[in-house]
Design a binder for this molecule. Structure first.
Ligand code: OGA
Ligand code: NI
Length: 360
């Protein structure tokens, strides 16, 4: 068998192994949704049924797929074909738009998750083009000149996906019993980032992962993928890895760390990972729907009372993202920061260790 570089090789307990578990991840059909209208569909019971399905899926799985989502196939096809053309370029050409320590946007092929190198190439961009993450630190898009249609395809994709993400956010928030638009203001001019992921076929797929196990730090992730498959989710029911069925007609949606905090832990951000294979390249493009960097996420007021105290301290999104990103970039020699670091100890039950590093 051909060799892979040692930096990619996982400790044996984290290698992919055999996953037989069938996909029980809910598929929610949004057919009939009034996508063009700003307001809810007239049919109240239909809307309630979608909200219920989303709430159940968010609670039981932290993951679900949506079909009949209203995003045009042309937009999806264009972003995929431009991305494939870009990843096909020579390394030298791609590195003209390399992401740097100061600016997290652009091309990167050396990302670490849990301090091990992922078997993937990525290109990241902000839906809003540029955003100040900290005083004097601006993240700004780095567009390649090749292929020429790349930028427009990416911009059309992020615009369509952000519109959809607002709708999904409203459904999630409503399922928590809060007014549907309660969180929207934080996402206007937000820091949503899109990632184009290219997982090349690998000579030793049993030794590496496309992305090691991790949770997404954002509020919600919406992911389009091709038919190859490889995304796996850690089931809350039995702690087993479950394959997500790769569907071109669906977006996989997952709860991120910020919704975990806003929901006061009712919905959990779930660990997931990506396996690669020896025969086919794989493409996916997650949209990390994120508020402005200035946002402080804290449990929604309606969910906190005497009997249900806040389980999390407020999390400043800009600071949290910056901490997590730094550990993706280089091995800091310690475990990655996790949302449980913000959990509050209640009644002597320590839900997390605030300000201490947690084991991964
Ligand atoms: C990610 C991720 C999954 C996939 O990029 O955070 O989990 O299927 N990607 O590519
Ligand atoms: Ni992820």
């Amino acid at each position: 068998m051909a060799e892979v570089l040692p930096a990619f090789v996982l400790p044996s307990e984290h290698r992919p192994g055999q996953v037989n578990s069938t996909d029980g991840i809910p598929v929610i059909d949004l057919k009939g949704w009034h996508w063009e209208a700003a307001e809810w569909p007239q049919d109240r019971s239909y809307r309630e049924s979608i909200v219920r399905q989303i709430g159940d899926a968010a609670q039981e799985w932290g993951f679900f797929q949506i079909v009949n989502h209203g995003v045009s196939q042309r937009v999806l096809d264009e972003v995929e074909s431009s991305a494939r053309e870009f990843f096909d370029l020579d390394l030298e050409e791609k590195r003209k738009v390399t992401r740097t320590a100061d600016n997290a946007m652009g091309y990167f092929d050396m990302e670490l998750t849990k301090n091990v190198r992922d078997w993937k190439e990525v290109y990241d961009y902000l839906a809003c083009e540029r955003a100040e993450i900290a005083p004097k630190q601006v993240f700004a898009n780095k567009w390649p000149s090749n292929p020429p249609e790349f930028r427009d395809a990416c911009k059309n994709y992020s615009a369509a996906m952000e519109a959809l993400a607002f709708k999904v956010l409203e459904l999630v928030v409503e399922s928590l019993g809060a007014p549907a638009k309660a969180l929207n203001e934080h996402f206007v001019g937000g820091s949503t980032r899109v990632r184009l992921n290219f997982y090349r076929k690998c000579p030793s797929p049993d030794l590496v992962l496309g992305v090691s196990r991790h949770k997404d730090g954002c509020a919600l992730t919406l992911l389009a993928q091709d038919e190859v498959g490889g995304l796996q989710v850690k089931s809350k029911r039995n702690d087993q890895w479950v394959q997500v069925k790769a569907r071109r007609d669906a977006f996989a949606v997952n709860i991120g760390d910020l919704i975990q905090v806003w929901s006061n832990g009712k919905y959990q951000s779930i660990e997931h990972r990506v396996v690669v294979n020896s025969t086919r390249d794989r493409f996916s493009c997650p949209v990390f729907f994120s508020p402005t960097y200035a946002t402080n996420a804290a449990p929604l007021p309606g969910l906190v009372n005497e009997n249900h105290p806040a389980k999390y301290k407020p999390v400043n999104w800009g600071e949290y993202y910056k901490m997590r990103r730094d550990s993706n970039f280089k091995n800091l020699g310690k475990p990655n920061v996790q949302i449980d670091n913000w959990a509050i100890a209640i009644d002597h039950i320590v839900l997390g260790h605030y300000n201490k590093t947690m084991p991964c």
